[in-house]
Design a protein around this ligand. Sequence first.
Ligand code: GLA
Length: 377
Amino acid sequence: MSLLERCRSGFSEAFGRQPHGVAFAPGRVNLIGEHVDYNGGLVLPMPIAAGTAVAWGPAEAAEVEVVALDYGQRRDRFDPATTQPLDPPGWQSYVRGMARQSGTAGVALAVTGSIPQGSGLSSSASLCVAVGLALAEADGETDRDPVALARAAQHVEHGWAGVNCGIMDQMAVAAGRPGAALLLDCRTLHTRHIGLPDDWAVMVVQSGVVRELVDGHYNARRRDCEMAAAQLGVPLLRDANAAMIAAADLESVVRSRATHVVEEIERVRTAVAAIESGDLIGLGDALRASHASLRDLFEVSVPPVDALVNLLNTTIGAEGGARMTGGGFGGAVAAVLRADAVARVRAELEQGYRPPNGAALAIMIEGASGLSAGTIQ
Ligand code: GLA
């Protein structure tokens, strides 16, 4: 049964009637441009086939009623006009935050998803955008602006989950197209869809180390960047360059963070040029350099992720490359490689990588077959 079918039938079972519609939002894998969104830089994420589905219909009461199909049909019920952030935050917080912003009352929602959580593939942005689409549809708004939706979802992540994230995930989820990378300028929110050559493949591999964004490391990195920008006298690190960093008297950690951001933005430009000219070797170099910088300068990788990236890079060879993806401290690894190398690389990984959590190796191959964010009657 597909995710959308599971969502529809879960709604019927939970509420005893058919839903009026189902909203879907994908997850995302970031190909390159890590920890640069909140510095106003350029990023290159791509939607993935896994995502979140939210079936909706009228509720019997004037409140919002939610059932989490993946959590043993756990229920939540609240008044969207007065609901507040929960402590600790959980799935309910995301739904409540989106409902508080839209003000939609008298609606029943059933939620289910296929994105592995804590894997850096934006399960929370996907949940927020899917809920936002379902609520908009319930309000009779049929064409919700992706930028407004992304901003609402980011606001929920900040105020309802305590993660001071950038806008990359929400924009990738709300505006991305399957099979294409989304070049996003995080300062202007201008986007450009960049299709990947048909004979390339994007592979996403779970490291088996579950990531916790909320644990403070993420917000701490953001503070380091803000400190660097302030000391360099620029509003955002997007406005800094290598010469400014070399000339400034920055403390060594702050210097490393700023260097990563400035160089990573350049790597996004290099990666876009490489994709557009079909240069998989050039893209691979940029991916490997990005990982090294996240490991050594930004310090957001962990040893099992480094081991997985190294194994992938050795196996893939020059034509492509791999790097950690997402906020870091575990989660998934992204690789771009020749489509005809996928079977060989998969076999090598099955031989050579054991996820530390004891789980079976999970590999996703991403292409144009997924869905973009939207609603279905
Ligand atoms: C998380 C955040 C994003 C972004 C990445 C790192 O996914 O939600 O805003 O900062 O980390 O690139």
